[in-house]
Structures are given as structure tokens and as C-alpha cells.
Design a protein around this ligand. Structure first.
Ligand code: NAD
Length: 479
């Protein structure tokens, strides 16, 4: 089937969903803060009560261990709860100072829903990641049409069915719908006339999404990949740093957008850190069991990318400290620790998205920051140090959307923190107050309370009034 035929075949499904969402959006916005909060919390209770069932669905489609799937849902529910409870506080109309020139006006800003939001999701965290857009978009008063990854359609359908059950009113189910299929369905959603498109996936697809959305001037949020660095200072707790590098690097088979892909260690701590990480890597094995440390590669193509990065790193002179090309035995990949890998290797420049970690020594923390920042990605970063001052300094200098100190992924469980990237990691923010505003349109209102003593906004303005105003202006700004 040609791409064109496929698109024609799927377009009505997406178009129908967007049309239904459009019809329901007014009802949803009209429910007001309290009504929406009640509906969102009802959905939340469904997800929380049926967490094992949802985790089983995630596990079946991604291959991740049950515990990881449960943790993913727990984090997603925490965000949903926060969005539901904080939307009113963040978005309701509030007064702002009107300033000297407009002192006779009362001024306020309120945040209105955009209408219908299209959400396109990835497969690696098929609940946590898209809900970062969906929960916040719904709480801000929008209807949502969600296109889950073609690798996790069942999770997407489950979420929409749970919503329909929790919000059964006439228009309820149309407020959050799932449409499933591959890239062509995502492309159709981009062209469907939604009011904003929130995309999570690779930077390469993000470019296509933006290009498709450009046709209708549909604004986009792009949450793309990462090549996140972890910096280990000589004064760091090396056991904690190694444990975090192992979790951030190998957890979820390395298929985490903000996982640890590169580690830069200050020279004096380099060998001890490498030894500790090596030990953890050697005792870690993936498996199919529900309680395995991590599971299979979710997609059939990913293992080949991981293998290519390992081969390239070794060919360019890197050292395989744990594992190597033989660690790739699809659908599993054993942990791989690569050391002294040249900075122009694929394993340093490209997102590997596998359970491999590159560990390189650095002269000092300045070099660590320089190397960490020398990436076209900038999603998150981690710093391990015993000094709070050093941590604050490095956090300020790292080119990333989020920095965790003495931990990895610290931001993930803090709903009040915005999340998003720099450069090829994307733009726009989900989560937190910024995430709620991302799916809103600010509207400014002024109300004239009395006629200004110096009234300049009239055609018959007196020259004397302008002179007085100009004098005041110079006194205020030209001194
Ligand atoms: P992907 O780019 O292959 O696909 C993402 C989604 O886009 C899928 O639903 C896919 O069907 C859809 N799609 C494909 N072609 C399309 C097109 N032409 N138009 C519209 N939609 C299209 O990414 P993936 O492999 O599913 O996910 C892995 C990537 O996601 C990694 O790069 C990872 O780092 C990133 N990710 C980022 C975040 C974040 O929050 N920044 C979170 C999770 C994953």
C-alpha cells in the first residue's frame, strides 16, 4: 500500500476523533475548574485502583518488568493528581499591576483552553510520558486526541477506555480519545486542525511533525531524545554515583529519554568509579521474568543501533570494560560499560537508547561541563559531588532542561517542576505550572476605572498634556 493510500484510509478516523473532540471541548471547558477537577480525579482513582492491570498491559507491549511498569504508573498518577488540583490556582484570572501610564486601568490576565490538543506518544514510557501532556492539557480545559506509539496501542486504548468509564456523561468520552496506528496516523493528526500538537519521540520525527504542522500554523511542543551526561566530582560519594549511573544507564534497558548515556569523572575518582560501576554491571542481567532487573529491547530495530554504537566506539579506540559486541543478543542486551571512548564516536554523539554507558575521565569539572555541553541534545544532566556550592555552580552551567544533584531523574517525581529540553531535545514544557500554561492561551483584560488626568489616548489630545507627559517620561527614564 502506498503512503498516500494508507493516509487516505486512516484520515477519516483521525478527522472523526478531532471532530468529536471539538464538539466535546466546549462542554469540558464549560464544566469549570471544579467539574474538571472532579472528572480528572475520578480518572486518577481508576488508574490507581487498576494499577496492576495497567502495568500488565505496559509489560505485555514493552517487555519491561512489572515493578518498573508499576513505578511508571505511580509517577504518572502523581502528575495527574497535581495537574487536577493546581489548574485553578495557576490558570484562573488574576490581577496584575497596571503601571504608571495606565494607572487608571485595572488589569488582569486569565488562561483559557486552546480547544483540541493532539498528543503523539513514544513507546518507552507509554503512560508516564504522554500523560505529561494529556493530564496537563485536560486540566487546562482542553479535549485531547492521543496517538500512542504503534508499539503500545493497547496501553493507549486502555487509558481512553478508563477515561470513558470514569467520565461517562454524554460528551465525556469524546474529551479524551485514542487513535491508533503508525506514523501516517500521527501525520494525519498533525494536519487535522488541532489547536496544538504535543509530540514526544525522536528529534528526527519531531522535525517531520513540525513541518506537517507548519501547513496549518499549528503550534507544537517537541519532547525529543537526549544524550544525558552524569558528572562525578572527585569529592563525590562514589558508591551512590555508581548505583545511580547503573540505574540511569541500564534501567528500562537504557530506553529512557533522560537516562544516563555518558559519564564524565574527575581523574582522581576515575578508576575507583569505573571499578564500582563495572561490578554493578556484571551482576545485572536482563530477562523475561516479571522481577528481572530490566527487560528486552522494546522494538526489533533498537538492538542493531546499540550494536553499531558499541562497534564504532571500540573501532575508534574505546575500551569495553564490561560486555561488548557479544552483549547484544536480541531481544536482550546485557549491560555494557565503555571507557575512554573518543568524543566523536556514535556512542558519545548519538542517542544510543540501550543499556550501554560511556565513562570518560576529565581533568577537572570545567572540562566535564564543556564535554557534557558539547552535544546537540540537552534534556537532563546529573552531578555527583559532596559540595553544595559546586553542585549549584555546575547546575547553572549545564545546558539542559533539568539537572539532578546526587541522584538521577530527580525531577521525574516532582510534578511542580517543568520538563523539557534544549536544542535537539526539543522545546516547550510539560509538567508543573509551565506545563498547564503550555496548553492555555493567556487573555489580557483591562478595565478603565476613571479618566486619566493626562489623557493621551484621544484624537483631540492637547499639546500641553503631551508636554506634561513627555516631561514626566524624561524624569522617569532619561536620568
Ligand atoms: P519516534 O520518533 O519513532 O515515534 C514517536 C511517535 O511519532 C510515534 O507515535 C510514531 O508513530 C509517531 N510518528 C512517526 N512518524 C510520524 C510522522 N511522520 N508524523 C507524526 N507522527 C509520527 O520515537 P519512538 O521510537 O517512539 O520513541 C523514542 C524516542 O522518544 C527517543 O528518542 C526518546 O528519547 C524520545 N522520548 C522523549 C521523551 C521526552 O519527554 N523528551 C520521553 C520519552 C521518549
Amino acid at each position: 500500500m502506498s503512503t498516500e493510500t494508507a493516509e487516505v484510509a486512516v484520515e477519516p478516523t483521525v478527522a472523526d476523533a478531532v471532530e468529536r473532540a471539538r464538539a466535546a471541548a466546549g462542554w469540558w471547558a464549560g464544566l469549570g475548574w471544579d467539574g474538571r477537577r472532579r472528572a480528572l480525579l475520578a480518572w486518577k482513582r481508576t488508574l490507581a485502583a487498576r494499577i496492576d492491570e495497567l502495568a500488565d498491559r505496559i509489560r505485555a507491549e514493552t517487555g519491561k518488568p512489572h515493578g518498573d511498569a508499576v513505578l511508571e504508573v505511580m509517577l504518572a498518577v502523581e502528575h495527574l493528581d497535581w495537574a487536577a488540583r493546581n489548574a485553578r490556582r495557576v490558570l484562573r484570572r488574576r490581577k496584575v499591576p497596571s503601571g504608571l501610564l495606565a494607572a487608571n486601568h485595572a488589569a488582569s490576565v486569565g488562561y483559557e483552553p486552546l480547544g483540541v490538543i493532539g498528543v503523539i506518544g513514544p513507546w518507552n514510557y507509554p503512560v508516564y510520558t504522554p500523560l505529561g501532556s494529556i493530564s496537563y492539557a485536560l486540566a487546562a480545559g482542553n479535549a485531547v486526541v492521543f496517538k500512542p506509539s504503534e508499539h503500545t496501542p493497547g496501553v493507549g486504548r486502555w487509558l481512553a477506555a478508563a477515561w470513558a468509564e470514569a467520565v461517562p456523561q454524554e460528551h465525556g468520552p469524546a474529551v479524551f480519545q485514542a487513535v491508533t496506528g503508525g506514523g501516517e496516523v500521527g501525520a494525519a493528526l498533525c494536519r487535522a486542525g488541532v489547536d496544538k500538537l504535543a509530540f514526544t519521540g525522536s528529534a528526527a520525527t519531531g522535525r517531520k511533525v513540525m513541518a506537517a504542522c507548519a501547513g496549518t500554523l499549528t503550534p507544537v511542543v517537541v519532547e525529543a531524545g537526549g544524550k544525558d551526561a552524569l558528572i562525578v566530582a572527585a569529592d563525590a560519594d562514589l558508591d551512590a554515583a555508581a548505583r545511580a549511573a547503573a540505574f540511569g544507564g541500564f534501567g528500562n534497558a537504557g530506553q529512557t529519554c533522560a537516562g544516563v548515556e555518558r559519564v564524565y569523572v574527575e581523574r582522581p575518582a576515575y578508576e575507583p568509579f569505573l571499578a564500582k560501576l563495572g561490578e554493578l554491571a556484571r551482576e545485572t542481567r536482563p530477562g523475561e521474568e516479571p522481577d528481572a532487573r530490566y527487560g528486552r529491547m522494546t522494538t526489533p530495530t533498537q538492538a542493531a543501533i546499540v550494536a553499531a554504537h558499541i562497534d564504532d566506539a571500540i573501532a575508534k579506540g574505546g575500551r569495553a570494560v564490561v560486555g561488548g559486541p557479544g552483549s547484544v543478543r536480541p531481544p536482550f542486551v546485557d549491560p555494557v560499560v565503555l571507557a575512554e571512548v573518543p568524543e566523536d564516536s556514535l556512542a558519545v554523539t548519538e542517542e544510543t537508547f540501550g543499556p550501554t554507558v560511556v565513562v570518560n575521565p576529565v581533568r577537572d569539572l570545567d572540562e566535564a561541563v564543556e564535554r557534557a555541553n558539547a552535544s546537540r541534545y540537552g534534556l537532563a544532566a546529573s552531578v555527583f559531588t559532596g559540595s553544595r556550592r559546586t553542585a549549584a555552580d555546575l547546575a547553572g552551567r549545564l545546558r539542559a532542561g533539568a539537572v539532578s544533584v546526587n541522584a538521577v531523574l530527580g525531577f521525574a517525581a516532582v510534578p511542580a517542576l517543568p520538563f523539557g529540553g534544549v536544542g535537539d531535545s526539543g522545546f516547550g514544557r510539560i509538567h508543573g505550572a509551565d506545563g498547564l500554561r503550555e496548553f492555555s492561551r493567556p487573555k489580557s483584560v483591562t478595565r478603565q476605572r476613571f479618566t486619566a488626568p493626562i489623557d493621551l489616548l484621544r484624537l483631540d489630545r492637547s499639546p500641553a498634556a503631551l508636554q506634561r507627559a513627555a516631561k514626566l517620561f524624561r524624569l522617569r527614564h532619561a536620568r
